[in-house]
Design a binder for this molecule. Structure first.
Ligand code: GLU
Length: 320
């Protein structure tokens, strides 16, 4: 049975870019007759808000996107909130430690930022971690531990990582790309990379479809799957929606939130139709229900280029 998921972080309202990912991942699974899971990625409890989770749930239902497991419906693979899955992340961490895949890192934020000219890490992170703490002697570790609680990093393997992306095709990342990454921060918080890998694996997810901003996270997650001897899902990354300033949609484009559009009188069919149009699934931007797109959907149709969302388009989504 194919299993897919939508995994929003409830730190900001769902915008049209998130709705695009939700629609595509939902269509992929519904077209395959599989099970769709809603998972709330509130691992960063400081930045997550219960009322935003509520609005995301309302937005998804309003858009006509349902789920077989998750908030409100339950399921056999819960809990469906990351904040309730910490024990599972801890168990994975212990396994990684037993396999000598992790090392403590004592570098401060200032030290990390000071490394000029280092190769790039993930697009979202800037400079790749240079591996400073990877080869510390035991004596050096003991000395540093006297004054600082370390974060824990995953030591990347020596091989290149390749995978077939369901939208962007063959991908290959050179050995060490992105740098050794954090699995648990010094304050004890587990990282997105660890949590998402454990969740997708333990929830039996077979198909991950998410935004292209996470394409360069996939090699990291594949290394975690390998180290933990878990079977990875297939991955597909959909191009982002950009704001008029050319940057990815973010909270500062808040007026584009689905809840805001709903409150302003937009119709869900207009939004679904417009998203389907820019994805290349339908040939004209006309109102359509998500369920009407299921039977003809294929991932091969999905356009690979990013799309700029203008105020003019927003106006077209609103009642005249
Ligand atoms: N929680 C992530 C986000 O909202 C998505 C993670 C994923 O799909 O792997 O951007």
């Amino acid at each position: 049975m194919r299993r897919g998921r939508f995994a929003p972080t409830p730190s900001g309202d769902m915008h049209l870019g998130n709705a695009k990912i939700a629609l595509l991942s939902w269509l992929q699974i519904r077209a395959a007759g599989g099970q769709f899971i809603l998972r709330i990625e509130d691992i960063d409890i400081q930045r997550s808000r219960a009322e935003i989770t509520e609005r995301i749930i309302t937005d998804l239902k309003w858009l006509g996107l349902d789920w077989d497991e998750g908030p409100e419906v339950g399921g056999d693979y819960g809990p469906y909130w990351q904040s309730e899955r910490l024990e599972l992340y801890h168990e994975a961490l212990v396994k990684l430690q037993a396999k000598h895949c992790l090392y403590p890192c004592y570098c401060s934020r200032a030290e990390l930022l000071a490394v000029a000219g280092a190769p790039h890490g993930l697009a979202s992170e800037g400079t790749a971690y240079a591996g400073t703490c990877r080869f510390l002697s035991e004596a050096e570790r003991i000395e540093k531990a006297k004054s600082k609680t370390p974060s824990l990093r995953f030591a990347l393997g020596e091989d290149a990582t390749s995978f077939e992306d369901g939208i962007f095709g063959p991908q290959s990342f050179p050995p060490g790309s992105g740098g050794d990454f954090i699995v648990r921060r010094a304050d004890g918080m587990y990282s997105y990379q660890l949590a998402v890998t454990i969740d997708d694996a333990l929830m039996g997810i077979t198909d991950v479809l998410r935004g292209a901003d996470l394409l360069d996270s996939t090699p990291r997650q594949l290394q975690l799957y390998q180290a933990l001897e878990l079977t990875p899902p297939t991955f597909a990354h959909a191009p982002l929606l950009l704001g008029e300033d050319g940057h990815r949609l973010a909270k500062r484009h808040g007026d584009l939130g689905i809840s805001a559009l709903r409150t302003a009188g937009a119709r869900p069919e207009a939004i679904i139709g417009w998203i389907a149009y820019i994805c290349g699934i339908i040939s004209k931007p006309e109102p359509v229900q998500a369920s009407d797109l299921v039977s003809s959907f294929s991932l091969q149709q999905v356009a690979r280029h990013p799309f700029i969302l203008t105020q003019q388009i927003i106006r077209q989504l609103l009642p005249s």
